[in-house]
Design a protein around this ligand. Structure first.
Ligand SMILES: Nc1nc2c(c(=O)[nH]1)N[C@H]1C(S)=C(S)[C@@H](COP(=O)(O)O)O[C@H]1N2
Ligand SMILES: [Mo]
Length: 415
């Protein structure tokens, strides 16, 4: 039997290279998959449309809650308008919902991509300029969604092997994704409507017309849709426990349970890891209040304990999506500022003993003036555990956890 020659051998034997290549391309074209090669009835417009509706809802909620969370953390300063300090629970809710809906979108997106991937093989790939633009937008939508959901998940698990700044990248990519999503919905509206209506009619005619499986006994379209939604529901149930205490025992997928930690509260960074264990327990620890004040003050821990104590119930709400409420006792910040005769409407930089990492955060004038903003000394009447910020930590309404500075030692007033 004659052995088949390789392309290079044939060319070396004098065959024209164009002919050899053209033959090979023709062969590839014959064996390459095309849209029609995927016989499953599950790769279907109605399935794609219904999954699209579920995904658009998840993405929409995730985007809006993400924006609110972003502007709570990074307030827009418009004239004299200051970010409101309430409602106290707002960031907890927006960030909790943001992380849960983003996570639930993952199974929906994967099933949707599986349902539509045969369209990658539709030929011709591009039929007009408008169609070309639509394809590019779909590529942005798919790439952006996969990127934003995967890196978001990794960030909640504190697995950050990249160099870029997560929050900015996450924020800007979300506009690309939502922009491409809106354009995609616009482009597919007519087809989806038709698919949804057509099926309703077909179902009236034949009992099982719309529910047909690709193979007898195989997965039906309804089965696929129910599985995708059940997958998303299972993700919600097994992550929401990181912020909803009653569901905490189900929080299998969540990196945190809201009650696991000293004093019944999770710890993001321990005193040891922050390198402050010694300094926070030193006898000469003091709180310094200075900056733009006529009367800088230095208070020992006993001085702080001797001041009137307030009690507030406020959550620690981490950007990673977990949150937990606690009853805090300490000195209210406006009272401390009055002690130093700080001007009204001042911003206050709150600085930690920690030298690297999250060593300071800033209170805007409204937050600094809010009586519920405390330098907390105790949780549930017990002195703060070293990992929760002993001897004192900031706790203020409607702030992301990263801004609730622990091991505070210095308040710098900025008029
Ligand atoms: N000085 C300092 N304060 C900090 C942190 C930190 O690493 N260093 N972590 C912050 C983050 S990200 C969160 S979510 C909360 C967690 O508070 P907890 O450990 O008392 O629950 O503390 C915040 N305060
Ligand atoms: Mo956090």
């Amino acid at each position: 039997m004659k052995r088949r020659r390789s392309l290079t051998q044939r060319v070396a034997h004098g065959e024209p290279a164009e002919r050899v290549l053209a033959e090979r391309l023709a062969l590839l074209r014959r064996v390459a998959p095309r849209e029609g090669s995927f016989a499953s009835a599950l790769h279907d417009e109605r399935v794609a449309a219904l999954l699209g509706i579920a995904l658009a809802a998840a993405f929409g909620i995730c985007f809006v809650t993400g924006l609110i969370s972003h502007f709570i953390q990074n307030p827009l300063r418009i004239g004299a308008l200051s970010q409101p300090t309430g409602p106290a629970w707002l960031y907890r809710v927006t960030q909790g919902v943001h992380v849960v809906t983003g996570t639930a979108a993952i199974p929906l997106l994967l099933v949707k991509l599986w349902a539509v991937y045969p369209r990658l093989f539709r030929r011709p790939a591009v039929t007009s300029i408008a169609h070309g633009i639509e394809r590019v937008l779909v590529a942005c939508l798919v790439g952006g969604s996969l990127f934003i959901l995967m890196t978001g998940e990794m960030a909640t698990a504190q697995w950050v092997p990249w160099e870029f700044r997560f929050r900015q990248t996450h924020f800007w990519t979300s506009f690309i994704v939502i922009g491409a999503l809106v354009a995609h919905i616009g482009a597919k509206l007519a087809i989806s409507r038709r698919a949804l209506r057509r099926d309703a009619r077909a179902r009236m005619r034949t009992e099982d017309g719309a529910l047909r499986a690709s193979r007898p006994g195989g997965l039906t379209r309804r089965g696929l849709l129910i599985s995708a939604l059940a997958g998303a529901g299972a993700v919600v149930l097994t992550t929401a426990g990181q912020t909803l205490r009653p569901l905490r025992s189900l929080a299998l997928l969540a990196p945190r349970r809201p009650d696991a930690g000293p004093q019944g509260l999770p710890v993001n960074r321990t005193a040891k890891a922050a390198g402050v264990l010694e300094a926070s327990h030193a006898g000469d620890w003091a709180l310094l209040i200075d900056g733009d004040v006529p009367h800088p003050v230095r208070l020992s821990l006993d001085d702080l304990r001797a001041l009137p104590q307030c009690h507030v119930t406020l959550p620690i709400a981490c950007v990673e999506g977990w949150s937990a409420s606690a009853r805090w006792t300490g000195v209210s910040l406006p009272a401390l500022l009055r002690h130093a005769r700080a001007p009204k409407q001042a911003r206050v930089a709150v600085e930690s003993l920690e030298r690297a990492g999250l060593r300071r955060s800033t209170l805007n004038p409204a937050q600094a003036a809010d009586a519920d903003t405390l330098l907390a000394l105790a949780i549930d009447g017990e002195p703060l555990h070293p990992d929760h910020g002993y001897p004192c930590r900031l706790i203020a309404p409607n702030r992301p956890g990263v801004q609730q500075t622990k091991w505070v030692t210095h308040l710098r007033v900025q008029a």
